[in-house]
Ligand binder design. Structure first.
Ligand SMILES: Nc1ncnc2c1ncn2[C@@H]1O[C@H](COP(=O)(O)OP(=O)(O)OP(=O)(O)O)[C@@H](O)[C@H]1O
Ligand SMILES: [Mg+2]
Length: 201
C-alpha cells in the first residue's frame, strides 16, 4: 500500500525516491534562507512548520496532525484521541539541558504527530532546539543508523541509549550545511522500506 500523494505515484519505492529528492531540496531552502531563525525552538508549532515545508508538495497531510492510529514494530504511538493534548503537554516540557531536550524529543517521537515523515522533521527540529539552547547541533554523520534506530525503539522504555548515541555526536559546528542535511537522510535503507513503514491500526 502506497500512501496517497500529490504526485500521483502508486509505487512505494518511486514515492520514497521522489520524497527524498523533494524534501532534501526543501531542507536546503530552510537552511539557506534561514527560515527557522524567527521560530520558537522546541515547540510543536515549529515542528509542524518544518514538516509542512518539507512535504507540502507531496502530501495533503503536510504540517497536519495525523487522523489515524499508528504502530511500528510492536510499538503503538500515541492514540489519535490523546494526540493534541499530548502535544500541548510536550510543549511545556523544560528544555534547558541536553538531557531535558532529549527527553522532550523522545516524548515527541512517542506522540508521532504526522502520518509519515516524523523522523526527518524531528531531527531538524532537534538541531534547531539544540542550537538555540546549547549552541550545538548533532553531527548526524557520527550517528550510526542502526544504533540510532535501536535506541529510538528502546527510548519509550529507557532513554539512556539515545542520550548516549546523540551526546557523542554533539558538535559546535552549527553553521555547517552538510551536517544539517545529514539529519534529513532516512534512518533506514531503501531495501528495508516496505518492512519499516508505520502500520495503520
Ligand atoms: N519501533 C519504534 N518505536 C519507537 N519509535 C520508533 C520505532 N521505529 C522507528 N521509530 C522512530 O520513528 C522515526 C520514523 O518515523 P517516520 O517514518 O514517520 O519518519 P521518517 O522521516 O519517514 O523516517 P526516518 O526517521 O526513518 O527517516 C524514526 O526516526 C525513529 O525515531
Ligand atoms: Mg517513514
Amino acid at each position: 500500500m502506497t500512501l496517497d500523494n500529490k504526485l500521483g505515484l502508486t509505487d512505494s519505492l518511486e514515492l520514497a525516491k521522489m520524497e527524498e529528492k523533494i524534501s532534501k531540496t526543501r531542507a536546503k531552502e530552510l537552511f539557506e534562507e534561514q527560515l527557522l531563525v524567527d521560530k520558537a525552538a522546541g515547540t510543536y508549532a515549529t515542528l509542524a512548520f518544518i514538516h509542512g515545508f518539507l512535504f507540502e508538495e507531496i502530501y495533503d497531510f503536510a504540517g497536519q496532525i495525523r487522523t489515524v492510529n499508528l504502530a511500528k514494530g510492536s510499538f503503538r504511538f500515541a492514540p489519535v484521541m490523546y494526540l493534541a493534548a499530548s502535544l500541548e503537554n510536550i510543549d511545556c516540557m523544560p528544555q534547558q539541558t541536553f538531557d531535558q531536550i532529549i527527553e522532550k524529543y523522545v516524548e515527541l517521537n512517542i506522540a508521532h504527530p504526522f502520518r509519515e515523515g516524523n523522523g526527518r522533521s524531528m531531527r531538524l527540529w532537534l538541531d534547531h532546539l539544540l542550537k538555540a539552547e546549547l549552541e550545538q547541533v548533532i553531527d548526524w554523520s557520527q550517528v550510526d543508523k542502526e544504533d540510532y534506530l535501536l535506541a529510538m525503539e528502546r527510548s519509550p522504555i529507557r532513554d539512556t541509549e539515545i542520550k548516549h548515541v546523540l551526546k557523542q555526536a554533539l558538535t559546535k559546528d552549527i553553521h555547517n550545511r552538510n551536517l544539517y542535511m545529514k539529519g534529513v537522510d532516512h534512518s533506514y535503507y531503501y531495501e528495508g522500506y516496505s518492512l519499516y513503514k508505520a502500520e495503520e491500526l
